[in-house]
Design a protein around this ligand. Structure first.
Ligand code: PEP
Length: 248
């Protein structure tokens, strides 16, 4: 039985005041028997978030990390720095990193290795564009992203995969539960062929315009183990409703 997991990706949003307001509300209303819950604020708000979530069921993670351990890499933040601060999680290979920062599969693989070595729990994102889906390439693209990130890794313990179709991120378009379930089952099949992974025990999250109104029907599907949530994670009521749907 896989425990459901709901992760909020706050992207480049927030101020000290809004982080305090959002986390006060989320932490105060977190159900006692909550599923796994984490929030990923920007780097500059991590320390504040870790303090506000201390002693609660809400874990904190980074939205990215460097592939390097330390050194002259201006502007970078290492996985070890995130772990040292008190982060439990890190998101790797988000489509916005791939799109706006030209992150390749090999860079995603190097980041994943660095994050695992630092003891972080890793969420690796994969997903096809609208053009790739329309031309029937969705499974091939996802399989290739998975191979690129996972092949040859020394340690994949506790890995979480997030299936995030690019066409559904921030667009209001959600993959239907059937579309999402089909791709999640496909991903689980791919994971079964990767050394060091127990595919049945690996959580596969769905991401792409998850909201209070569509979470429950997504979570009811056999291979959908929770969600990576963008826009709806910035509203305490919406995020808590998604957490509640994962608990049900
Ligand atoms: C995301 O960025 O990971 C995401 C799923 O965003 P949204 O929920 O806003 O589509």
């Amino acid at each position: 039985m896989r425990q459901k997991l709901v992760v909020g990706n706050w992207k480049m949003h927030g101020s000290r005041a809004s982080v305090a307001d959002l986390l006060d509300k989320i932490v105060a209303a977190m159900p006692a028997a909550a599923p796994g819950v984490a929030v990923c604020p920007s780097y500059v708000h991590l320390s504040q978030a870790i303090q506000l979530c201390a002693g609660s069921a809400v874990a904190v993670g980074g939205q990215d990390c460097s592939h390097m351990q330390s050194g002259a890499y201006t502007g970078e933040v290492s996985a070890q720095m995130l772990a040292d601060l008190g982060c439990r999680w890190v998101i790797i290979g988000h489509s916005e990193r791939r799109q706006y920062h030209s992150e390749s599969d090999s860079l995603v693989a190097a980041k994943l290795g660095a994050a695992m070595a630092a003891g972080l729990q890793v969420i690796v994102c994969v997903g096809e564009t609208r053009e790739q889906r329309e031309s029937g390439e969705a499974e091939a693209v996802v399989a290739s992203q998975l191979r690129g990130a996972l092949d040859g890794q020394a340690n994949l313990a506790g890995l979480v995969v997030a299936y995030e179709p690019v066409w559904a991120i921030g667009t209001g378009l959600t993959a239907s539960p059937d579309q999402a379930q089909a791709m999640h089952a496909f991903i689980r099949g791919c994971l079964a062929g990767v050394a060091g992974i127990d595919a049945d025990a690996t959580r596969v999250l769905y991401g792409g315009s998850v909201k209070a109104g569509n979470a429950a029907e997504l979570f009811a599907r056999q291979d959908i183990d929770g969600a990576l949530v963008g826009g709806a994670a910035l509203d305490a009521g919406d995020f808590l409703a998604i957490v509640g749907a994962a608990q049900a």
